[in-house]
Design a protein around this ligand. Structure first.
Ligand code: ADP
Length: 467
């Protein structure tokens, strides 16, 4: 209600950010820090504490909702009796079970087992999926009765709630997608739970709820340390790139957001759900299915209502009661829109690794003519890394950063052009699979500040491309 505030924490690839917003979505405060060790769960918890402590006391006293987003498919196993006790350390978003030496032997067996039971081209059938990470852990050493599976966001949220015991890890259906959660029926699927594998690992899977739904109060210790009101709740989170999408305020089908951060991720609103694991394409549900609608979900609700109004031939004035009744009758009918997309392993990280810091990026970019293609045909994975997820899923994909011109402006042109080519091929793949046609691209992340790149991308994408 009026005067109350929400704090959102975004656990990203290079660091973590916190933002305080009011009920209108106006930003009251924000703060961030860079990771020293991005895969250290203790550092995640410390970072949440540090950033919460940064929020001015007068604002903290008005916080009614706390929410965490994390990098997609970054997961770990914890002791359910004490979720801060990690039993298997994180396998992060980019960890590929099929190529990492520790897990590759188990991963081959895991993939074979999942291919037997999962639907064709299912999103879990990839070396980086959360389900593959879980099955590998189980094949490396059987999951113990007290072990619980947790995504990065679930883990930090459980800590904020001070949760203990069975049911302490609660996930959301955005994070849970790559662990196999069925976003049509909003259940863990029968193909998994009713299989022999499912009998062995099903017990460790979390309860899954709607992003933004209230999960429980913040812990007494957190409330007292930070002077949060006793009524302050932790709500279910989402993934970092969905958080970026929601923040960009895209509400019509064909509207996309590219995150040009350390890695490139694209997401677009679509009327149709598309999925193809062989191209790293998947769809998130962007709907509420008539369930518990907290204020944190107002944006999604608005999207649904706009869409519903459009379908009914009106621009607004949808009857919310009718929408609720429909949703109750058929959960899927209310999932009006899908957030389709994929995440590549290429991205801006390569720029930093190749020695381009901000000042050089700005100076050299302004010397590049965005109306010309670079003759260099790079595939700009970071040096020393292999494997791509999207727009083709190829765990053996090699980086191409040769030939390397003497002139660093030409080199930068080649890199920016190559990343932009992966982006446009990504959107083309979505269209080829039947998603709504792209009509606009908003850009988030560190690469969005580059006007030359923006012009180059707009030319290649053929639609308005903005910050
Ligand atoms: P993350 O996804 O890790 O949270 P950010 O969204 O903070 O990352 O983006 C950081 C990236 O932005 C860095 O890899 C950096 O190379 C890139 N970047 C910063 N300035 C520019 C620029 N002017 N042009 C292109 N890329 C840039």
């Amino acid at each position: 209600s009026e005067g109350q505030l929400g704090v959102g924490f975004d656990f990203g690839t290079s660091g973590v950010r916190a933002v305080v917003i009011d009920v209108e979505g106006e930003v009251k405060f924000d703060s961030s820090l860079r990771w020293a060790a991005p895969d250290d769960p203790d550092e995640w918890l410390r970072a949440a504490d540090t950033l919460m402590g940064d929020v001015p006391l007068a604002l903290r006293k008005r916080v009614s909702r706390v929410c965490f987003s994390g990098t997609s498919a970054s997961c770990l196993l914890v002791d359910v009796h004490d979720p801060c006790r990690v039993t298997r350390g994180p396998r992060m978003y980019s960890y590929n079970t099929l190529t990492e030496p520790i897990s590759m032997e188990a991963a081959r067996r895991a993939l074979g087992a999942l291919e037997q039971i999962a639907p064709d081209k299912h999103t879990t059938l990839s070396g980086t999926s959360a389900l593959m990470k879980l099955v590998c852990w189980h094949l490396e050493s059987p999951i113990a009765p007290e072990e619980a599976f947790s995504h990065q966001a679930d883990y930090v949220a459980a800590h904020a709630r001070g949760a203990r015991g069975p049911g302490s890890i609660v996930s959301d259906w955005n994070n849970a997608l790559k662990a196999g959660f069925d976003v049509d029926t909003l259940r863990w699927p029968g193909w998994l739970l009713e299989s022999k594998l499912g009998e062995e690992i099903g017990r460790c899977l979390p309860e899954v709820t709607m992003p933004g739904a209230v999960v429980g109060p913040v812990s007494a210790s957190m409330a007292s340390r930070f002077n949060l009101p006793p009524t302050c709740s932790v709500v279910a989170g989402t993934t970092d790139s969905i958080a970026a999408f929601i923040a960009a305020d895209a509400t019509t089908p064909g509207h996309a957001v590219t995150s040009l951060g350390s890695t490139l991720a694209v997401k677009m609103l679509s009327e149709r759900r598309v999925e193809d694991a062989s191209r790293g394409v998947y769809s998130h549900r962007l709907g509420n299915a008539g369930r518990d609608r907290g204020p944190a979900n107002a944006k999604v609700e608005e999207i649904n209502q706009n869409q519903q109004g459009r379908r009914e031939g009106g621009s607004d004035g949808v009857n919310a009661d009718d929408a609720d009744a429909d949703a109750d009758a058929d959960a899927d009918a209310d999932a009006d829109l899908w957030l389709v997309g994929g995440a590549s392993n290429v991205g801006c990280a390569v720029l930093r690794v190749e020695g381009f810091e901000s000042s050089e990026l700005e100076a050299r970019s302004s010397d590049i003519d965005p109306s010309t293609d670079s003759p260099l045909e790079y595939y700009p994975l970071q040096r020393g890394t292999v494997g791509e997820r999207f727009p083709t899923n190829d765990p053996l994909k090699k980086s191409i950063l040769e030939p390397r011109p003497e002139n660093r402006t030409e080199y930068l042109h080649g890199l920016l052009h190559a990343i932009a080519r992966v982006e446009s091929e990504g959107y083309a793949a979505l269209e080829a699979l039947g998603a709504t046609k792209l009509n606009r691209v908003d850009t988030a992340g560190g690469g969005a500040v580059n006007p030359t790149w923006m012009a180059m991308r707009q030319r290649m994408l053929g639609v308005p491309t903005v910050v």
